[in-house]
Design a protein around this ligand. Structure first.
Ligand code: DAH
Length: 345
């Protein structure tokens, strides 16, 4: 055996031992340089091949080749193993602990006015009313004139109405002008509509009054629409909204656009009519205005009052939420205090 073969075998053993020590991709790369690279130990050793007697060269060359292939193979395996170890280490270092409790994402929710408005509108939709969307910025004519407000009516005065720079264009003070728009769109077909939306009044803000608030208007016009239909529909509404067994009462009132006009009360949802702070010890809660549509208003809407009749009602949405959820101040609604908004959904 030539000296070179002994050296080759030693190198083989040594290289495998060194390879077994490598832990990282960098170390295996360095090992490759040390043994198999252009200036590596194996290459250097093989330059001695030319000095061997001719007849020894093929056997030694063959053995050298085997060792080279064996080392390359071993390197490949070691590289795969270190890469795997590195990945496992990285995964466990950066990994997610699935046993940790999650962080609850902050989700929004509906505003109490939205919830109450949808509830009200939903009840009427199930009774066959459809929703009519009317503008929040109105003409003085729509908001007052066509609703039969006399020219000097106090509601037109500066302290109640927000005007734009054009005095004929105002922020609507109630949803009732939508009645005219809905009638004009559908006359002479009979209609049943509800009109939810924002209203404004230039008033002092108190626990009971905001300058911006929401109403739902209702309107039914047809050939034989009666006051008892109004009563039946509203009783159904109150039973759906505040629970079965509700009592309602009508008190005579005045609105320019209805004749006769009424205020509608429901027996107190808190004390059931016994008398409490919420109903001011009367047993009744004032909920909405209503009445038979005034003939002049029907006419302005495009219906012949000799042939058609109708009724209408209007209620504040916040007021319903207040009664239903025992809120004692309307100012909470638009203060945007999340403690309120999160609690009263
Ligand atoms: N528009 C009235 C208000 O804002 C409420 C109202 C009363 C509406 C009687 C009606 C009605 O449709 O018939 O105070």
């Amino acid at each position: 055996m030539s000296e070179l073969v002994t050296q080759l075998e030693e190198l083989h053993t040594g290289a495998l031992a060194a390879l077994a020590q490598t832990q990282t991709t960098d170390e295996t790369r360095a090992w490759h340089g040390d043994y198999l690279g252009r200036k590596g130990k194996l290459t250097t050793l093989l330059t001695g091949l030319g000095q061997l007697p001719r007849e020894e060269r093929p056997a030694v060359g063959k053995r050298a080749n085997e060792i080279k292939l064996a080392l390359e193979q071993a390197l490949e395996e070691r590289q795969a193993a270190t890469a795997h170890d590195e990945m496992t280490a990285a995964l466990s270092a950066e990994g997610i602990d699935v046993t940790l409790p999650g962080r609850r994402p902050l989700t929004g929710r509906y505003h109490p006015t939205t919830t109450a408005g949808r509830e009200i509108v939903g009840i009427f939709q199930r009774m066959g009313f459809y929703v009519y969307d009317a503008p929040e910025v109105e003409t003085d004519e729509m908001n007052f004139g066509l609703l039969n407000f006399a020219p000097g009516h106090p509601a037109r005065e500066m302290q109640d109405t927000f005007f734009t720079t054009n005095p004929d264009v105002i922020l609507r003070t109630h949803t009732s002008p939508g009645q005219i728009r809905a009638m004009r769109e559908y006359a002479p077909e009979p209609i049943r509509v509800v009109l939810p939306g924002k209203c404004w009044r230039n008033e002092d803000v108190t626990a009971r009054a905001e300058m911006m608030f929401y109403q739902v208007e209702g309107l039914a016009v047809g050939h034989n629409i009666t006051f008892s239909d109004l009563k039946g529909v509203l009783l159904k509404f109150f039973n759906e909204m505040y629970g079965e067994g509700r009592k309602i009462r009508f008190r005579k009132s005045y609105f320019p656009f209805t004749e006769p006009s009424v205020e509608v009360d429901v027996d107190c949802v808190l004390c059931g009519g016994q008398g409490c702070r919420m109903c001011k010890y009367t047993g009744w809660l004032e909920i909405m205005g209503a009445g038979m549509v005034h003939p002049v208003v029907l006419q302005n809407g495009g219906y012949d009052p000799a042939v058609f009749s109708g009724w209408a009602f209007g209620m504040g949405i916040e007021r319903q939420a207040i009664l239903k959820r025992g809120i004692d101040d309307i100012r909470y609604f638009y203060d945007n205090d999340v403690r309120f908004l999160e609690r009263v959904a």
